[in-house]
Ligand binder design. Sequence first.
Ligand code: URA
Length: 214
Amino acid sequence: MPFKAPHNLTVVNHPLVLHKLSLMRDKTTPTAVFRQLLREISLLLAYEVCRDLPIALKRIETPVAAMDAPFIKGKKLVIVSVLRAGNGLLEGMLDLLPSARVGHIGLYRDPKTLQPVQYYMKVPEDIAERQTIVVDPMLATGNSVAAAVSRLKEKGARDLRLCTLLSAPEGVTRFHDAHPDVPIFTAAVDEKLNEHGYIVPGLGDAGDRMFGTK
Ligand code: URA
């Protein structure tokens, strides 16, 4: 079936993002450079993810005059990293949003049922009152991040966004079907998933490339 992009999918195709992503895709790019590029791209993605955050005016004094200055309204954000590869996106996001709270969620795929099983979760207790950005660089099948978002909703999270680096059409569709209320931000939607669940052309295993484990 041809891919139909959901209305709440944002492809952040800024030339800076595309250039850095192409460097990351190249299999000869070494771990240290891959990591640095991921950090830089995640900052650029965070900029887009935060574009519609609500603003409130607050009276301040500049050295010249008083003014009603715009500040981000409400409680601080929460960034939830889907372990382990989500940690790569998290670091750059925290460069831009240093006061954000951080949550972690870990899931593995049960080899018999093929269903995601949660092995770790720690998120701020007041997540219901915070805007939540879920970070996972590869939206491949979409199963694990869809399960992660379901767990976060069970914990009370209501205002969620998903930020990924690369997506497969199958993952976008699967995630959107499960969570049509959660906007998706990604730098590119690639061609397809292969029979091993890798995004094609993709960049390989994001965790292995950022942590140098293969
Ligand atoms: N996870 C990865 O790290 N890479 C893929 O291509 C798919 C899932």
